[in-house]
Design a protein. Structure first.
Length: 489
């Protein structure tokens, strides 16, 4: 790589990265706390968090450990609660640049690949600013892919160890990434088939096996006990059992479109994505046969395309096999978010391959991909809510309104809150309104006769269960028709 090429790439990538990071930081401060981020318990120690707590599908251990460290050492506020996900975004941006610089010689294609990958889905972007393990997992997944392809080109065992260890950290961030880790092992095995007999020595194969056994052993020591606890507690949740297309792909399409209502459009794109899995496979088979017929070994571009495809399709097959053999349900929505990253590599790399065949064809295809993904990304990025937690978007608004209406009256404000909001409302009260509110009570959905409360914050359909002495104050449409009701004057 020449110095001028490197400068050209960085002159484009650094400003883009700065814009994306600034947007994310603003979202960290502006997007209200979500129900899944309220699990931090200061009294729990690090070992307790790792092994002895009661994990659920929403308790991602590495995220919990990092969150505890930052909150306890730097400040109990929304920024440090979500700080590890911001760091994950920085890691993802860095390895996006590193990976495409390794794969593509042309600075233009490095920049195009970088933009598409980092703006492919507003749903993925949500997790750079939430205190969940998904952002960390995707950052380590990309790091793992970078070191894997570095290993494929250099055959240095050290790079293989880095790739496997990054995969381990991805799994420790979120157990759903385990399918990726298994697929990574399969891709490494397939890669060995591309090597010449001179490189495929017994010593080299044994070194790979040792690296795999050691890293996998460390992973087992870290995750087996939590997985057993999760299984025993019936907490393998956020899964589906209809089918891979209906559950995994359909939910990811709906989330990527930030679309909760247009069912027919979601179904159409789901079918297109599902069909493209087969088309991409056929494309790489044809590329492989084209190289063979030309009387040469499989080219580096074809090999990389096949390996990227296997990184996508092997986890898909694993989900199907797990369901059919072990009745482990399909990952859906946020639990499967990393499939979005793996899928994004297909249009990027296919366009690049077409560029090798005919420059204008590749550029035209990439412009179309960039236009579609960028339009969807920028039209859905907002500072009000994260897609799956839209129902928490009006919590802070409701609290401010209650505090304003109660201003000047004696005593703290007493409220009863629907169970879906009580954890986030409690967090906001403790951090922003401690002097104004009593501890929020949980509204259980039954007919209430407690007329001593100042406000009820419930779903619209629960309004008839609020005592007759209360009237509708505000209908917060942004919170899914959640009604804020207060006592009659």
């Amino acid at each position: 790589m020449t110095l001028s090429n490197k400068i050209t790439k960085l002159c484009a990538i650094i400003p883009i990265s700065v814009v994306l990071v600034i947007i994310n930081i603003l979202r960290i401060f502006k997007v209200p706390i979500t129900i899944d981020e309220t699990g931090y318990v200061p009294s729990e120690g690090y070992l307790f968090t790792m092994y002895k707590s009661y994990p659920s599908a929403n308790n991602h251990i590495l995220n919990s450990l990092l969150r505890k460290f930052f909150v306890e050492n730097f400040g109990d506020n929304i920024f440090f609660l979500r700080f590890d996900s911001l760091l994950a975004q920085l890691v993802f941006l860095f390895f996006s640049y590193k990976l495409f610089s390794k794969l593509f010689q042309d600075p233009l294609w490095v920049v195009l690949g970088f933009i598409v990958l980092n703006t492919f889905s507003p749903f993925v972007f949500d997790f750079w600013g939430l205190s969940r393990g998904y952002g960390l997992g995707m950052a380590f997944l990309l790091m793992s892919i970078y070191y894997a392809f570095d290993f494929f080109s250099t055959t240095q065992i050290r790079q293989l160890v880095f790739s496997l260890f990054a995969g381990l950290l991805a799994v420790y961030s979120n157990f759903g990434f385990l399918s990726y880790y298994v697929a990574l092992i399969g891709v490494i095995a397939v890669h060995n088939l591309f090597n010449t007999r001179e490189r495929l020595t017994a010593k080299w194969v044994v070194s790979q096996l040792v690296a795999l056994i050691v890293v996998s052993g460390i992973m087992a020591a870290l995750i087996v006990k939590p997985l057993i606890i999760i299984k025993k507690g019936g907490e393998m949740g956020f899964l589906g059992q209809t089918g891979f297309k209906a559950d995994t792909i359909n939910s990811l399409v709906a989330c990527t479109l930030y679309n909760g209502g247009a069912i027919e459009r979601t179904k159409l794109i789901t079918n297109i994505v599902f069909g493209s899995l087969f088309l991409c496979g056929g494309f790489w088979i044809l590329c492989f046969l084209r190289d063979i017929r030309a009387g040469k070994r499989c080219s580096a571009e074809t090999r990389n395309g096949i390996l990227f495809y296997l990184l996508l399709v092997l986890p898909c097959l694993l989900l199907v096999i797990e369901f059919r053999l072990f009745k482990i349900n399909y990952l859906i929505s946020r639990a499967a978010v990393y499939f979005t990253i793996l899928y994004a590599f297909q249009p990027i790399y296919i366009c690049y391959y077409l560029r090798e065949v005919k420059f204008r064809m590749g550029i035209a295809a990439m412009v179309v991909v960039l236009a579609i993904t960028s339009f969807n990304f920028w039209s859905n990025i907002n500072f009000r809510y994260a897609f799956l937690w839209w129902f928490n978007s009006a919590d802070i608004i409701a609290l401010r309104k209650m505090a304003s209406e109660h201003s000047g009256k004696p005593g703290k404000i007493k409220i009863s809150v629907n169970g879906l909001f009580v954890q986030t409302i409690s967090y906001d009260v403790n951090h922003y309104f401690k002097q104004d509110f009593d501890v929020p009570q949980t509204f259980d959905g039954e007919k209430s006769v407690d007329s001593t409360l100042d406000f009820y914050y419930v779903w619209k359909e629960e309004s008839n269960k609020v005592p007759s002495g209360y009237e509708l104050d505000t209908l917060l449409v942004g919170a899914g028709d959640c009604a804020l009701l207060h006592r009659k004057k």
